[in-house]
Design a protein around this ligand. Sequence first.
Ligand code: F6R
Length: 241
Amino acid sequence: MRIHVYETEQEACRAAATVIAAQLIRKPDAVLGLATGSSPVPAYLELRRLYEAGVIDFSRARSYNLDEYVGLSSEHPCSYHYFMQENLFSHVNIRPENTHVPDGDAENLDATAQAYDRAIQEAGGIDLQLLGIGRNGHIGFNEPGDEFIYGCHVVDLSESTIQANTRFFASEDEVPRKAISLGIGSIMSAKTVLLIATGESKAEAVRDSVCGPVTPKVQASILRTHPDAIFFLDRAAARLL
Ligand code: F6R
């Protein structure tokens, strides 16, 4: 695992976006694993800027998002489908049929999860996986627990995640209690993993992932065993290292 620390959130995210841009230049049909939440937003802005400047082209890129809430339709403004349209997809020339976000509104969620893993495998696996990190060390929605779950699966969101994500909803009651998430196996199978962590609230999770034992209690700690994982941190998130 390599760790890069920048003064500001902006710089950390720009650096991560630069690696994604380089991936697209080296492999125009790259399979990108994408994340939602606040952390990657400045990176998506930078990718939009690079696209508008003619530096990168998404026309052959394929993308698979990490996760989606259970029970929200893709049109719901708090859904991750909607987030991706707003923050990236509608601003670049990625083909809609090449973008994938798990269907959290499906009738049979287990079958949907299995099909999602198969689709990623059939696409050749993820070349570059972008991640944020939860305050409890989660990646995707792989919450702290007694094991690392390999495949895409339905998750009961932890109390800390529900509270952290209440800021996106009108009230805590509206935050879905379940999500569908890529498992640790698919994340670890990505050839390159980029994790963005910014802000004081991520400092403990970053410290525990980087300095503590590799344990499912801190799911991001598994990234220490990945051959090409890079953490992009701002000074605040790196405070306890
Ligand atoms: C989002 C995801 C989550 C977030 C994490 C941090 O697709 O998988 O793991 O990356 O909850 O969220 P923010 O960036 O909003 O602090």
